[in-house]
Design a protein around this ligand. Structure first.
Ligand code: GLY
Ligand code: MN
Ligand code: MN
Length: 486
């Protein structure tokens, strides 16, 4: 770790500690998960833990204890072990945790319970995110055990608080150093999407194009994907989280690629949709142009002070106008919006925060109101339209409803009970069966870019990824620098 990187982690811990007051935070690392026998899934550190420590190994826990006289940042880690290191790789050990990562003290992980107890004895609040599974039992046991200490006059924990809201507000706005990493993730991912357009040809399998995308990620310096790449051709583009990537592509197919790499623990998230044979058909182009218009309009709305939900409202209005014009909806634009008929073809949100994780942390609403955008926030804008390949007709209910109320009811009743009520209400409403023009069936288009809110507007971090019909067709016609199967 360079001294500049170390300074970043020290600064993050300082800001976190300020918010903790005299509380004690317990932040666990990610666990290794077994794939089979002695083979593990590839390890990726928990973002909250990495954000505070920069420490990239499993079986570790960080304590942040701002009120402690000496041990304000303690790391519990796997000790050095020559034999284990020969098999599985280097460990920093307790020595490295102090020397490299700047811990005030470090101990082998098997001393966690005893030492955590000493720290907690003097603290009224333990900040620990319950529900992540990592150390839930340990922390609950500790707090219940120490009730006896309270009875004997020690402060001892009376509260387990979630540190998430504090940490996630810190993670929500990018510092210049963080932004530099995210920009790099975006630039590499841009290059990978352009290369996929050059590389894809009818007759290839989706996974071959996936290989081209991920080759560019690795060859330009990204150690891993930010999420499993979606390489979805033809009807598969209508499966939102399609990751099988095994279909053989044919001329006339569209290929939807949703893929982004990670660089310096920051994610990119790009989707492009292009014709496998390099030329959009007229119906594909018509749908594509609607999605593109919606995406550009939504991006144009992004600036400080604008509420996050304006992005979604803008995208869905433009999509709905396009759907009506294409004959995909039975009513006019206002009815289609009020009755949410567009959801037949656009069933997801317009985006999400993007940071260390692809669906990053941070609240979208504050005191129930959509939060205003601030400089340093990064989010995706990713409208899409997906026309079911198998349905000749779609059913639309003539009933206005509020999505906000629907959400609230789901939160109050739980999703299953609320959905049952929704179904019952819908069954009472009149409905229209609408024929889907056959030329659109099976078309799935999504266009996704990553947007930084700046002091006076926004910047598209993924700019330069071919996007207009002309840019996409031109890039598809360029030769690829990558080898193809003979
Ligand atoms: N790649 C996941 C998403 O776009 O949300
Ligand atoms: Mn995506
Ligand atoms: Mn996304």
């Amino acid at each position: 770790m360079t001294s500049e990187e170390l300074a970043t982690f020290i600064d993050r811990r300082r800001r976190f500690a300020e918010a903790l007051g005299d509380g004690l935070a317990v932040v666990p690392a990610a666990a290794e998960t077994v794939r089979n026998n002695d083979v593990h899934h590839s390890f990726r550190q928990a973002s909250d833990f990495f954000f505070l420590t920069g420490f990239d190994e499993p079986d570790a826990v960080a304590l942040i204890d701002p009120a402690h006289a000496k041990e304000r940042f303690v790391l519990f880690v796997r000790p050095r072990d020559r034999e284990m290191e020969i098999w599985n790789g280097h460990r920093a050990g307790v020595e490295g945790a102090v020397a490299t990562y700047g811990a005030d003290a470090a101990y082998p992980i098997d001393q966690l319970d005893a030492r955590l107890r000493e720290h907690a004895l003097e603290r009224e609040t333990v900040y620990y995110r319950l529900g992540t599974g990592a150390a839930d039992g340990r922390v609950v046991r500790l707090v219940t055990d120490l009730r006896a200490a309270r009875a004997r006059g020690f402060p001892a924990p009376r509260r387990i608080e979630d540190p998430g809201p504090i940490l996630h507000e810190l993670r929500l706005r990018r510092s210049p150093a963080e932004l530099a990493r995210q920009r790099r993730a975006c630039a590499i991912s841009r290059d990978a999407h352009a290369e996929a357009m050059r590389y894809a040809q009818p007759g290839m399998h989706e996974y071959e194009v996936q290989a081209a995308v991920e080759f560019v990620f690795r060859s330009e310096g990204s150690p891993r994907d930010a999420y499993p790449s979606i390489v979805a051709s033809g009807p598969n583009a209508c499966i939102l989280h399609y990751v099988e990537n095994r279909r053989r592509m044919a001329a006339g197919d569209l290929l939807l690629i949703d893929a982004g790499c990670e660089y310096g623990y920051h994610a990119a998230d790009i989707t492009r949709t292009f014709p496998v044979d390099g030329r959009f058909t007229a119906p594909q182009r018509a749908v594509y142009e609607v999605v593109l218009r919606a995406q550009l309009a939504a991006i144009a709305a992004a600036r400080p002070g604008v509420r996050y939900e304006v992005i979604h409202d803008t995208a869905r209005r433009v999509l709905t106008e396009g759907l009506v014009a294409l004959g995909l909806l039975p009513r006019g634009v206002d009815d289609s919006l009020a009755m949410h008929h567009y959801r037949e073809f656009f069933m997801h949100g317009t985006g999400h925060w993007l940071g260390m994780d692809v669906h990053d942390v941070g609240d979208y609403r504050v005191r129930r109101a959509s939060r205003p955008l601030e400089p340093g926030m990064v989010f995706t804008v990713e409208p899409g339209l997906y026309v079911d390949p198998e349905r000749e007709t779609a059913t639309f209910w003539l009933r206005e409803y509020s999505e906000d109320e629907q959400w609230e009811r789901r939160l109050r009743l739980g999703t299953a009970a609320a959905k049952k009520l929704e179904d019952e209400e819908r069954a009472k409403a009149e409905k229209i069966t609408h024929r889907i023009p056959p030329e659109f069936r099976g078309i799935g288009v999504r266009i996704e870019d990553d947007i930084l809110v700046t002091a006076d507007g926004h910047e598209v971090l993924t700019a330069g990824t071919p996007k207009t019909v002309d840019e996409v067709e031109r890039t598809c016609a360029e030769p690829s620098r990558l080898p193809r199967r003979a």
